[in-house]
Design a binder for this molecule. Sequence first.
Ligand code: TXA
Ligand code: MG
Length: 313
Amino acid sequence: MKTILTTSPVEAAGFIKRGGIAAFPTETVYGLGANIFDAKAIANIFEAKQRPDDNPLIAHVGRIEDIDLLVKEITETAQKFIAAFFPAPLTIVLPKASRVPLIATANLETIGVRMPKNGFALEFLRACETPVAAPSANLSGKPSPTTWQAVYEDLSGRIDCILQGETTQIGLESTVVDCTSAIPLVLRPGAVTLEQLQKIVSETRAYQTKNNAQPRSPGLRHRHYSPRAKVVLVNPKSKIQNPNQSAFIGLDLPDEEFDFVKICPSVKDYAHSIFDFFRQCDRQGIEKIFCERVEESGIGLALMDRLKRAAES
Ligand code: TXA
Ligand code: MG
């Protein structure tokens, strides 16, 4: 399959309308989209990404009203979050409408819905004239793509089209919050922080996976965000052993010498750079990536979540 590159949201949306799959930018990471009501196109997303079929997709809308097409009910807490944040880097899990094919939600009776903030994403979604199911546009297990070039690197020849936008503004995937029960649960931390959600609904909690418990968000079971290189987390200003063939990313320049270094002026900037840094390290044949730990609050919670996952695999 030839992958068409375009800067036209209307051209990219044409592929979705004809049953194809197309990657598009959002403010978080690039997504790989298909018409959510087209089970065959959705199957092609799973195939192209080599995504395990038990990992549900997020539904993206260009207008708030379109959420009604996807869900049985907008719960009270969901209504509050939608009013306070949408469009935003925030995904809300709700009971799914029966017209949404089960392949999109990996057989769950719930669905994650999100209206991205990025203007180019909204132009694309509105031109699709349907809600768009979209996971991150990377091969399963790889770091999420923050540039169209990263999408190209993973999926060229496997998808119909890439809508070429800018580097994504945030660089980490959306916050996922389950609003199906009375107490909202943050299943995946992101740029809309736990603290911000608690200002709207004070009972909101971070979901903790207990030993052997079934994770609420199936995607959290899977290997994620990992570069080929080994990822090692280090405390700020700690001595680093054996920094050969290795890279460093963090807030403070360490004493040791590395083959590749990125010092970030803020945690926000660190979060913005991490996935692209992982990919650059792999291109340079780096074997080990030392990542400085940050405080687990605000966007730091989301960054540490991704770093820990990358270090696990
Ligand atoms: O920022 C983002 O969310 C990006 C852009 C493209 O919007 N998308 C993204 O999709 O990161 P993906 O598929 O890579 O991650 C979706 C996450 C997974 O952890 C999945 O398990 C969870 O959301 N999820 C989706 N639907 C769910 C549901 N019904 N219940 C619980 N978790 C769900
Ligand atoms: Mg993903």
